[in-house]
Each structure stands twice: as structure tokens, then as C-alpha cells.
Write a protein that binds this ligand. Structure first.
Ligand code: NAD
Length: 264
């Protein structure tokens, strides 16, 4: 342990199980001395999240569905009742109807468009507003995004559009909160097999394609994401805000299939 996060307190939102990107980040933060609280969506997930939180020395769990502003108000009231201030937040939340994460984007329904935008993009704005009130000495907020925001990834569809809104929100929020020393950044992670990813059509093909065509010729792990998360949430990145940082084995810079990649 380096003590890089010693004395810092933060909220982890979006832990579902030990495959979650939030788990890779939470483990790294704890290893470096952070004190953690966890929010989870509904009772069913609490059973999975509680033992994981306990293994990182935390008994501070808060039920919060981010699509409800009342639930968010209540979650931050619970946080404030126990902690005066907050140093960081990890926002690792995304959701869309999986029936619309296959087929064509043109078939997206209005209801699912609005729900996906609300849970996957607006929630960062709503969380940041409430978290900032608890950050009188500045802080760091981190969200998770994906390359499908920048380029078309077949089947990613409305999630790609929501991630584009999320990445633009990172920039606007960074500019709003920079004067009070609150930094807002995103990590654009390469594909990793998680609960959320299993809803995306042809995800196994995406994983194989990235493994064969990224400069590092491998997929990234939640440990890779955790290391970058530690950097973004600690003072190591004190001069960085409004950034979308790729943790994708370099995949985003490749324009075509690698010569040594077999057809799949
Ligand atoms: P995950 O299933 O482990 O986590 C997704 C989390 O979102 C879950 O904990 C779920 O409870 C939460 N969530 C969904 N709707 C919610 C709501 N209404 N209120 C509160 N929480 C809600 O999957 P993950 O892959 O670790 O996803 C975390 C983030 O990482 C997401 O934003 C995802 O888009 C992003 N991401 C994932 C990948 C990947 O390949 N797995 C790549 C890049 C970015």
C-alpha cells in the first residue's frame, strides 16, 4: 500500500459482482488506503455487493436506483449523515433494453432511448451535482465509457449514442466544476465480459476482434481499468480534467484489421 488514497473517502456506484469494472477500481483504491461506500440498485444486488464491500473493509451500503431523483437525494442524504465530505465518486452505471442492443439503431424506440439516456448519461450529471455539494475542498469524479461513443460498433446502438452524451457531459461538467477544483474524467475501457456486456449482441465476436486487432494484441482486464481509475481519482492526475482516457490496449487508434489477424 502506498497511501496514495489515505484519508480519502469515496462512493462507488455500479458494483454488481466481482467481474464489474467498479470492482477492479474499488480494489485498487482500497489497496492504496481509500475509505469506500457502495451504492447498489435494489435488494437483489445487495446480497452480492455486501460481502464484496466487507472484504474491502466497508459496511457502508446505500440502495440507489439512479433513474429516480428522489432515490439519489435520499442516497446522498445517507452519505452526508455519516460523512461530512467526499473526495471521489466512481460512476460505473449503464443500462439499455437488451432487445435494442442487437439489430439496427434506426429501430430504437423512444421509450428505450429516453431510459438509456437517463440511466447511462443524465445520471452522471445528477450524481455530480449532489456529490459536488459534499466536496468543499475539491474532488474527482470518474465515469466509464466505451469506444462505441466515437465510432459505430454494430449492435451497440443507443448505448453508443448515450456514451457520446456521457463523454460530452464529462467535458461540460469539468468546465463547470473546474473553478472549485472538482475534476471530472472518463475511462473508455475496452470490452470486458461483465453482466452488462452480456446484453450486447455478438459480444464474444467484439472481444475476439479487439484481442486480435489492438496494438497490445490482448483484451484489457478489470485490473487494467483499476490502475487507471486509481490514477484518475488520486492526486497523481491533479492536472487532468474533462478527459476521456482510453484503457483499451490501444484499440482506438487502429484504422483497419491487423495484417497478422486471422479471419474470424
Ligand atoms: P456491470 O453489470 O458489472 O455493472 C453495471 C452496473 O450498472 C450494475 O451494477 C447495475 O446495477 C448498474 N445499474 C444499471 N442500471 C442502474 C440504475 N438504474 N441505478 C443504479 N445502478 C444501475 O457491468 P460493467 O461492464 O462493469 O459496467 C460498468 C460501466 O462500464 C458501464 O457504464 C458500462 O457501460 C461501462 N463499460 C463497460 C465495458 C465492458 O466491456 N464491460 C466497456 C466500456 C465501458
Amino acid at each position: 500500500m502506498t497511501g496514495l488514497m489515505a484519508g480519502k473517502r469515496g462512493l462507488i456506484m455500479g458494483l454488481a459482482n466481482d467481474k464489474s469494472l467498479a470492482w477492479g477500481i474499488a480494489q485498487k483504491l482500497r489497496e492504496h488506503g481509500a475509505e469506500l461506500a457502495f451504492s447498489y440498485q435494489g435488494e437483489a444486488l445487495e446480497k452480492r455487493v455486501r460481502p464484496l464491500a466487507e472484504s474491502l473493509g466497508s459496511d457502508f451500503l446505500i440502495d440507489c436506483d439512479v433513474s429516480s431523483m428522489d432515490a439519489l437525494d435520499d442516497a446522498f442524504a445517507q452519505l452526508k449523515a455519516r460523512w461530512d465530505t467526499l473526495d471521489f465518486v466512481v460512476h460505473a452505471i449503464g443500462f439499455s433494453d437488451k432487445n435494442e442492443l442487437r439489430g439496427k439503431y434506426v429501430d430504437t424506440s423512444l421509450d428505450n432511448f429516453l431510459m438509456t439516456m437517463n440511466i447511462s448519461a443524465y445520471s452522471l450529471v445528477a450524481v455530480t451535482k449532489r456529490a459536488a455539494e459534499m466536496m468543499p475542498n475539491g474532488g474527482s469524479i470518474l465515469t466509464l465509457t466505451y469506444y462505441g461513443a466515437e465510432k459505430v460498433v454494430p449492435h451497440y446502438n443507443v448505448m453508443g449514442v448515450a456514451k457520446a452524451a456521457l463523454e460530452a457531459s464529462v467535458k461540460y461538467l469539468a468546465n463547470d466544476l473546474g473553478p472549485v477544483n472538482i475534476r471530472v474524467n472518463g475511462i473508455s475501457a475496452g470490452p470486458i465480459k461483465t453482466l452488462a456486456a452480456s446484453g450486447i449482441g455478438d459480444f464474444r465476436y467484439i472481444l475476439k476482434w479487439n484481442e486480435l486487432n489492438s496494438p497490445l494484441r490482448r483484451n484489457v482486464t478489470i485490473e487494467d481499468v483499476g490502475g487507471a481509475g486509481l490514477y484518475m481519482l488520486s492526486d497523481l492526475s491533479s492536472g487532468v480534467t474533462g478527459e476521456t482516457h482510453h484503457v483499451d490496449a490501444g484499440y482506438h487508434l487502429v484504422g483497419m484489421k491487423q495484417e497478422d489477424a486471422p479471419d474470424i
